[in-house]
Design a protein around this ligand. Structure first.
Ligand code: PLP
Length: 285
């Protein structure tokens, strides 16, 4: 059966889900997106994703065309219509389709809201067992990475370079320090058992999974430090891992071809992954 997408108030087959060529998301990347995982047919940590959506649209002065409560209803309706058990819901809101290509905000144009779903076995993903290799690339993005904007060209290039190198992610480097992954937050576990991840700020996206993992770790009296770290520090670490809505917690076993720790996902990474999966299942809506 064909997938169903949501476009501006209608549920339509994916092949018929279309927006205008004048849509500002298409012309200017003038839009915001969110991705929430689906486990057993339920949305994972969705309140956190919707809070970030509200913040992102606020930062670019874009008014949501629906309330947050209604957006969650649409997400759920789409999961149901697609019989989605495990995967993700993607949603995007743009400043709508104007009559021309003026840069300044259009007046009285309704924002575009689209959503679609995709299947993914996040819990059973083979890479969770094997871990992934990462490569490093310069971070060439704009200065407001805290906004989850659809302007993702730098990440497209970074992740293509990773794919060509047979790696699962690219860690972006600025001023000698890791900012984050192309589509994930970056963590290390130091030799003295401190979990380190870069502090939130305009240099990184405030990851929802990052936030949950930090809180879950702290609740268990694990030591967490939010600060920048270098690749040398990562290579000297016991473990490294990434977090995101669509991978949860995933071990990083090599950086630029050099082994991290034992060269396998470490025990803390495995433990945090289990803790996160438990949290995700227990709190999904
Ligand atoms: N950092 C970037 C640049 C991302 O694109 C993403 C997710 O797409 C993340 C971090 C992880 O965020 P989250 O855990 O909310 O998925």
């Amino acid at each position: 059966m064909e997938q169903i997408a949501y476009v501006n108030g209608s549920y339509v087959p994916l092949s018929e889900a279309k927006v205008s060529v004048l849509d500002r998301g298409f012309l200017f990347a003038d839009g915001i997106y969110e991705v929430a995982a689906v486990l057993d047919g339920k949305l994972v940590d969705n309140a956190s994703h919707l809070a970030r959506l509200e913040r992102s649209v606020g930062e670019i002065r874009l008014e949501l065309p629906e309330t947050i409560a209604r957006i969650q209803e649409i997400q759920k309706e789409l999961v149901a219509r697609n019989n989605l058990v495990n995967g993700m819901v993607y949603l995007e809101v743009t400043r709508g389709a104007d009559t021309g290509r003026d840069f300044a905000f259009p007046k009285s144009v309704r924002p575009t809201l689209v959503m679609f779903t995709a299947k993914k076995d996040i819990v059973g993903a083979p890479s969770a067992k094997t871990g992934i290799n990462v490569i490093t690339v310069p971070d060439i993005r704009w200065e407001r990475r805290d906004i989850k904007s659809v302007a993702l060209l730098a990440q497209v290039l970074a992740k293509q370079a990773a794919a060509e190198a047979g790696a699962g992610e690219a860690w972006m480097i600025q001023d000698g320090k890791v900012t984050e992954g192309g589509s994930s937050s970056a963590f290390i576990l130091t030799q003295d058992d401190v979990i380190v991840t870069r502090q939130n700020g305009s240099e990184i996206l405030p990851g929802c999974t990052r936030k949950a993992v930090v809180a879950l770790a702290e609740e268990r009296q694990l030591r967490v430090e939010e600060r920048a770290f270098s690749i040398d520090e990562a290579l000297a670490a016991k473990e490294a891992f990434i977090t995101s809505a669509t991978v949860f917690v995933q071990g990083v076993v090599a950086i630029d071809g050099k082994k991290v720790g034992s060269g396998k996902p470490g025990p803390l990474t495995d433990r945090l992954r289990e803790i996160y999966v438990e949290f995700a299942k227990a709190t999904a809506v």
